[in-house]
Design a protein around this ligand. Structure first.
Ligand SMILES: *Cc1c(COP(=O)(O)O)cnc(C)c1O
Length: 390
């Protein structure tokens, strides 16, 4: 396809963590402290997260996957309940419903933002529906007000999967402040805004959910509201079936240090987006991500969409971009098309706009430490690749 040589060439991934001296120092201090896990850094991180995001409570988990599981548990979801979500997400979002025995129901997406289309949700609501999990795809907020209105009308809960969107806004609210939702999930995977190695969190303003999440994270064990007689200082009770979903203190230290730079890193991502918007304005090959007036995007990803008829050659274009040193990725394979979901009975063609989006979408490099030189390289290589397909 491309005629690059075998000499070692520059390769720029689609996403990457940024680790500073301050991060290294924070982790080293945690390692030398009395606690590697279950220590004071957990609460410190939680308090800082809640304060920064604007929510009352934060509960950290060892991943966003376990945090989302915790969210479904805290709401008391189980067999016979339905959860409406988007197919344009990482599998962890809808898997959370499956973990508690509930049934994911997929609503199709807006063809430009890639977000769940709020106008498609109402027709899917049944007496079994309990929860909506919207995902702020790529860092662009969903229309939260429209989703909240539906939730109020049908008495449903809302848990935002905000793994892409810390630092983004919706109208006058910050993503994470739970203005429109019962809970918000975050991920601290290295490609996300705040890296902790692995890790995640639930933000909430509801004390009842907060208490349940704390217990769920550590085996369902508690020393509060004991059901049997307290027979001594050693005594605790396991009252529900929880898991070991705890974050370590080393990870909390890294997350806390990274959290301090959130605004700065989101600012860098927005500058990179501006660079791309200018460089790719009016290009004949692909569409750029839109930005609705109600949101300020925090750009976890920069998703481009192939114009007709280039989507028919996506496989070749994708491979050529990687050959040319651009570590592109696709977000996402529509969840219900995976074999596991197919075996559950979800039909192909269920969400045609999501399947079309998948045909077209390519995520190009977007992370705070990209330099001007890197960006010039990315733009030059992308144009070079696309010219060879015309
Ligand atoms: C990354 C991600 C998750 C899962 O996060 P982990 O911390 O890796 O478990 C869930 N949902 C979305 C939208 C994500 O991007």
């Amino acid at each position: 396809m491309s005629n690059t040589t075998t000499a070692i060439q520059k390769y720029i991934p689609y996403g990457r963590q940024e680790i500073t001296e301050a991060d290294l120092k924070a982790v080293a201090e945690a390692l030398q402290s009395d606690y590697l896990t279950q220590g004071p850094r957990i609460q410190e991180f939680e308090e800082a997260l809640a304060a920064k995001m604007g929510a009352k409570y934060a509960v950290v988990f060892n991943s966003a996957t376990s945090a989302l599981h915790g969210g479904c548990f805290a709401l008391g979801l189980g067999e016979g309940d339905e959860v409406i979500t988007t197919p344009n997400t990482f599998v962890a979002t809808s898997n959370a419903a499956l973990y508690v025995g509930a049934t994911p129901v997929f609503a199709d997406i807006e063809p430009d933002t890639g977000n769940i289309d709020a106008a498609k949700i109402e027709a899917l609501i049944t007496p079994k529906t309990k929860l909506i999990i919207p995902v702020h795809y790529a860092g662009h907020s969903v229309d939260l007000e429209a989703i909240r209105e539906l939730a109020d009308k049908y008495d449903l809960s809302v848990m935002e999967d905000a793994c892409h969107a810390p630092g983004a806004t919706y109208k006058d609210s910050k993503i994470g402040d739970c203005t429109y939702s019962d809970m918000v999930s975050l991920s601290f995977h290295p490609v996300k805004h705040i890296a902790a190695g692995e890790g995640g969190a639930i933000l909430t303003n509801r004390a009842d959910l907060y208490e349940k999440l704390l217990v769920f994270r550590t085996h369902g064990i508690t020393k509060k509201n004991m059901q049997h007689e307290n027979v001594g200082d050693w005594y605790f009770e396991m009252q529900v079936l929880g898991f070991n979903y705890r974050l370590t203190d080393m990870q909390a230290a890294l997350g806390l240090s990274q959290l301090k730079r959130l605004e700065e890193s989101v600012e860098k991502r927005r500058k990179i987006a501006d660079y791309y918007f200018e460089a790719f304005a009016g290009n004949p090959y692909f569409d750029l991500p839109p930005e609705r007036a109600y949101t300020q995007n925090s750009y976890h990803l920069f998703p481009i969409r192939l114009k007709n008829p280039l989507q028919k050659q996506k496989r070749e274009i994708f491979a050529a971009l990687r050959d040319n040193g651009i570590g592109v990725q696709t977000h996402y394979i529509p969840v219900y098309t995976h074999p596991y979901y197919q075996d559950l009975g979800y039909p192909m063609g269920l969400c045609p706009l999501c399947e079309d989006f998948y045909q077209r979408e390519i995520s190009i490099p977007m992370y705070p430490s990209l330099t001007e030189q890197d960006l010039a390289f990315v733009v030059e290589r992308i144009f070079k690749t696309f010219r060879s397909f015309n």
